[in-house]
Design a protein around this ligand. Sequence first.
Ligand SMILES: Nc1ncnc2c1ncn2[C@@H]1O[C@H](COP(=O)(O)OP(=O)(O)OP(=O)(O)O)[C@@H](O)[C@H]1O
Ligand SMILES: CC(C)(CO)[C@@H](O)C(=O)NCCC(=O)O
Length: 419
Amino acid sequence: MEARCSGIERNSEDGGSKALAPDEISHLALDIGGTLIKLVYFSRNDSWSVDDKGAKSPKGDSPLRVSCSNLDYPILYGRIHFAKFETIKVNECLEFIRSKKLLHGGCWHHEAPVSDKNVIKATGGGAYKFADLFKENLGLNLDKEDEMDCLVSGANFLLKAVHHEAFTYMDGQKEFVQIDHNDLYPYLLVNIGSGVSMLKVDGDGKFERVSGTNVGGGTFWGLGRLLTKCKSFDELLELSHQGNNRVIDMLVGDIYGGMDYSKFGLASTTIASSFGKAISENKELEDYRPEDVARSLLRMISNNIGQISYLNALRFGLKRIFFGGFFIRGHAYTMDTISVAVNFWSKGEAKAMFLRHEGFLGALGAFMSYEKNNYDGLMVHQLVEQVSTSASYSGDKIHSSLAGDLNDSESIGCSVYTT
Ligand SMILES: Nc1ncnc2c1ncn2[C@@H]1O[C@H](COP(=O)(O)OP(=O)(O)OP(=O)(O)O)[C@@H](O)[C@H]1O
Ligand SMILES: CC(C)(CO)[C@@H](O)C(=O)NCCC(=O)O
């Protein structure tokens, strides 16, 4: 039994306002992180079906069935929905769950006891921190799953089941990576959330957290907010887009009178010291343009994470590094900086790869963990492509096409079977 897919569909048409009938919704799962809450759920769609080649057709009276271990299971068609909220605005998440009638969205089967219908899978530190809040406000019990387990199962699921999930990004060129299911492991998974976790993944459920760093997405957003007075993460990212880091960063050329330090492969344009120029000039923070500060900060943090990631890949002889977490946000300059750092330090040996559902690894892992439940197993069988994703985009386009408002919802068309 295998998760298969022919692609991916994203849309936002039903993410905002339409409430689905309660029995159409299941497998609601949360990843409550230090900065963002990620929410995933499945909604059934009885109006269409998809054959093995991904072709859609009107659904007949009897659903397709799949055989597994001599048992026969119905295939259900629908969508996996995604949404995110700021953790400091957890009430918006509670309101979303209430207004979209996701309250009984944990369990699938009608025979499940009522007590189990009030249980949903949740991961991340907030599953502990906010357990009482969810219970008091929504009567929901959070069934906690380990966040590293969830990151790994979410990443493995996406890499195996979603066509065009992983891609490289270098010099403004995006290239999708063909994943060979038989040659996926081992790899390094770097999740850049508020903080950064680095995991050596050897298989399904087989991994080790080999490193981490406290200089992560929270550092970029926190320091950026203080230094630039930006009101939102997107504003800071947008600002960084327009800035020039050379105004603040001290380059090798600044030290070497415009020359390269070629003996050790350091070009004159290489950053010798992030923010290093700010000490050598008689200037105050107000004298620098916020866009230049944002650019230097983004470069410093992305570069540092790229370098630490490579060093960990080197420790274990890993050639492939997949980057996830919402810090990346499909942002061209961030991905480019990380890729250049990995490429530079590995002398072209290791490859940085990014994931289209970067920020939802943990939430998808929690979603997949319903599979472990006795009567409520789920197997995502097929994800269906409607939008072509094979084009290579310019940096700007990636940024604006993947980054959305915080409560923008997306969904993937898919078929699942319950066991
Ligand atoms: N709209 C946003 N608001 C705030 N931060 C954002 C936003 N979009 C992207 N980010 C970035 O994403 C980071 C959070 O990423 P993510 O949701 O993956 O981590 P988390 O689960 O909150 O953190 P952790 O796993 O460390 O608990 C932020 O620190 C910030 O850099
Ligand atoms: C603490 C977690 C795991 C919470 O998600 C994350 O923020 C993280 O990996 N921080 C980095 C901690 C460290 O290894 O230094």
